[in-house]
Design a protein around this ligand. Structure first.
Ligand code: KIV
Ligand code: NA
Length: 276
């Protein structure tokens, strides 16, 4: 299994880090087979798997339930699990037991925390000290969507760009092993990746960062209708899966399925006779 040291080396050697979300056993297993470097059990789970309209309703229980499936399927891959909404924002004392639970019960290799407020920086430091590697998440931080006023590109003005650079430095100084940078102009993302020494994994942050992360349901067009501007899809599972269901349905309706190959037989003599 690759470790944080391998990711650090990849940054230094200009070798891109590939990360994708996974929420269950088969997806994790297939991503691992394809050689993906890092799996993210994102709280995007709430939207793409559980059908909520934001990540806010996602609970610690949800993250543990799905995180365990992912570490079983991706047993040789570095797995990062998101801490969900409002589980790390009040105090370090309140954060630590939640983080401990998620980390121990999922068997993940790191947790991800959004933001760079003082409580979060202190939590990153406390978790790192206790042996829980933390990945930061800056720029568009979806758990704060209502504070941000929507899913918007972050850091476009002189002042917010400077703030974002400073936040990235603070997250690094607090002891994070990497940082996800979401929906940030590519020039600013490139500058941050150059400035800080931990890997910067971009999503909607252009190509000049140390790695990329995307949501599995976006890259495979699985249950999602519209892709965000920064995403790309390499398959259309909506079409593939709908075809599977309609073919199955038609074959059952028309008695094409099951045929003899798919049926069991017995000695006719052993068959009870009706009406006896
Ligand atoms: O929850 C998620 O999928 C994420 C990625 C978009 C980075 O946090
Ligand atoms: Na997330």
């Amino acid at each position: 299994m690759k470790t944080r040291l391998d990711f650090q080396k990849m940054k230094e050697n200009n070798e891109k880090i590939t990360m994708v979300t996974a929420y269950d056993y088969p997806t994790a297993k297939l991503a691992q087979q394809a050689g993906i470097d890092m799996l993210l059990v994102g709280d995007s789970l709430g939207m793409v798997v559980l059908g909520y309209d934001s990540t806010i309703p996602v609970t610690v229980e949800d993250m543990i339930h799905h995180g365990k499936a992912v570490t079983r399927g991706g047993n040789e891959t570095f797995v990062v699990v998101d801490m969900p909404f409002m589980t790390y924002h009040v105090s370090v004392e309140a954060t630590v037991p939640q983080a401990k639970r998620i980390f121990q019960e999922t068997g993940a290799q790191a947790l991800k925390l959004e933001g760079a407020d003082q409580v979060i920086l202190d939590s990153i430091k406390a978790l790192a000290t206790g042996g829980i590697p933390v990945v930061g998440h800056l720029g568009l931080t979806p758990q704060s969507v209502h504070m941000l006023g929507g899913y918007k590109v972050q850091g476009k003005s002189k002042q917010t760009a400077k703030q974002l650079l400073e936040d990235a430095r603070k997250v690094e100084a607090a002891g994070a092993i990497a940082v996800v940078l979401e929906c940030v102009p590519k020039q600013l993302a490139a500058l941050i990746a150059k400035d800080i020494s931990i890997p910067v994994i971009g999503i909607g942050a252009g190509a000049d960062v140390d790695g990329q992360v995307l949501v599995f349901h976006d890259i495979s067009r699985y249950g999602v209708d519209r892709l965000p501007k920064f995403a790309v899809s390499y398959a259309d599972l909506n079409e593939t899966i709908t075809n599977v269901f309609s073919t199955y349905r038609e074959n059952v309706k028309n008695s094409i399925f099951p045929n003899d190959d798919q049926s069991f037989t017995m000695d006719e003599a052993a068959l009870p006779k009706l009406g006896e």
